[in-house]
Design a protein around this ligand. Structure first.
Ligand SMILES: [Zn+2]
Length: 444
């Protein structure tokens, strides 16, 4: 008889709040010999091995010692059709879109291409320890169908939407206000709330939407206030100047979105680098979430995200890769570059806060911290197994690591997909599912 429960043994780390530092022991829970008990994709128990094992006496046990178990990573801003755009040379935002990104996105009109890329996309996410993401698909419904179909096949909690764009793009990438409305409504009906899927209403950014399309986005948000909204904000000075010229009546860039009712706690605004004081006030007042994309901001030379300044106003920042302007699928490498971006501004990113950010922190910005982002009882069992000795350089450095914070910082700075030993999605092992067993199996 196959046991219905799975017991993962290893060192466990989970967060219940954002830690201010290692002394903030109320915010995180670390178990040197810990375990997670899973049934039907849900976490039944987390804590010391002895206690949790006693709860799951018939469970199939998988021993991941000495590795570290924590909630799977969450990427809050990524472009699914840009898997073949990553690492395209030498441009800032507007040329980069026109030269590389838009031509590539036209290929997602093809269902076969979309499906093939979706399989690769999820392989990459899982390989890097990312178990949930919020993605921009292309303008084509086909790309969204492929995105959610593949996520459903892998039982992943994914958020995404079709970009709405009706100007300043190649003909093959443009919809109309009416078709963007109808396609989005149909996709919401087909996918939003189906299994683990949720929909994000996605006007790409102000430059590629006419005022008539913004009105349609507003109508969609009114009709579906439970959907997310995602767009881009103030990434680059030329982008801001173009936006101001296209929307001369707006008080500033953010006011374009604000005046069409697109802001709120379910709204994610990629980049949000060059902000006026009024825009910061509006972000705070509406509870909207800026999304910090450090590898992308450095790659396109866009600027430095003011994490501390926004946080001081009570604004909840998310963090993300922004593939394909971002340069790594790894949320660990995203933290590495994020650390440096903050260093350049005299700000700090303690590793405990960093790991909270890519797990529970991002889940909080999505309003999903009761489902993902922690190892709490009742959460969905999306779990990453991390090996801080995955490379020779890491192994050597680990010889001098004395604390959990030391280990986390080594993972944050030196870690990438090689440090991801295994990934569980809703309790199912994925990364090595097709290969040899990643850990010692002991069916009890
Ligand atoms: Zn983006």
């Amino acid at each position: 008889m196959t046991p219905s429960q799975t017991l993962l043994r290893g060192r466990t780390l989970t967060f219940s709040a954002e830690p201010s530092g290692p002394e903030d022991v109320e915010a995180y829970h670390y178990c040197e010999d810990g375990a997670v008990l899973i049934e039907d994709g849900i976490i039944l128990a987390t804590g010391p091995y002895g206690r949790v094992a006693a709860q799951g006496v018939n469970a199939r046990e998988i021993d991941h010692r000495p590795h570290l178990l924590m909630a799977g990573f969450i990427d809050t801003h990524i472009h699914f059709p840009q898997v073949q755009v990553i690492a395209s040379w030498g441009a800032q935002l507007m040329d980069w879109l026109n030269t590389y990104t838009f031509p590539e996105e036209t290929r997602f009109a093809s269902p076969a291409h979309s499906a093939a890329m979706a399989a690769k996309f999820y392989d990459l996410l899982i390989g890097h320890g990312t178990t949930s993401a919020v993605a921009y698909c292309s303008v084509h419904k086909t790309s969204v169908e492929a995105y959610f179909t593949e996520a459903e096949r892998r039982n992943m909690r994914m958020i995404g939407g079709k970009v709405m764009m009706d100007r300043n793009a190649p003909e093959a990438l443009m919809d109309t206000p009416q078709s963007s409305y109808e396609d989005t409504m149909a996709l919401i009906r087909d996918w939003h709330g189906k299994g683990r899927a949720a929909y994000a209403i996605t006007p790409r950014f102000a430059i590629t939407s006419t005022p008539q399309q913004m009105e349609m986005a507003q109508a969609l948000v009114r009709a579906h206030p439970d959907c997310y909204v995602q767009t881009h904000l103030s990434e680059n000075h030329d982008e801001i100047a173009f936006t101001r010229a296209l929307y001369p009546q707006a008080r500033d860039y953010l006011d374009v979105y604000q005046s069409y009712g697109l802001l709120g706690p379910k709204s994610l605004l990629g980049h949000a680098i060059h902000l006026t004081p009024r825009e910061v006030d509006a972000l705070a007042d509406t509870g909207s979430h800026p999304v910090f994309c450090p590898t992308s901001n450095l790659f396109l030379g866009s600027g430095l995200f003011d994490d501390a300044g926004l946080r001081a106003r009570g604004i909840g920042n998310a963090v993300a890769t922004d593939i394909g302007a971002g340069t790594s699928y790894s949320m660990l490498q995203t933290l590495n570059e994020g650390y440096k971006v903050l260093q350049l501004q005299g700000q700090s990113l303690h590793p405990l806060r960093a790991f909270h950010w890519i797990t529970r922190g991002n889940a909080v910005t999505l309003g999903l911290d009761d489902k993902i982002g922690t190892l709490a009882v009742g959460s969905e069992a999306d779990i990453v197994v991390l090996d801080a000795r995955a490379t020779p350089a890491m192994e050597l450095r680990m010889e001098r690591a004395e604390t959990l914070s030391d280990e986390l910082f080594i993972l944050q700075i030196l870690g990438d997909d090689r440090a991801v030993a295994e990934v569980y999605i809703a309790g199912q092992a994925h990364k090595h599912a097709a290969n040899a067993p990643a850990a010692n199996l002991r069916a009890s």
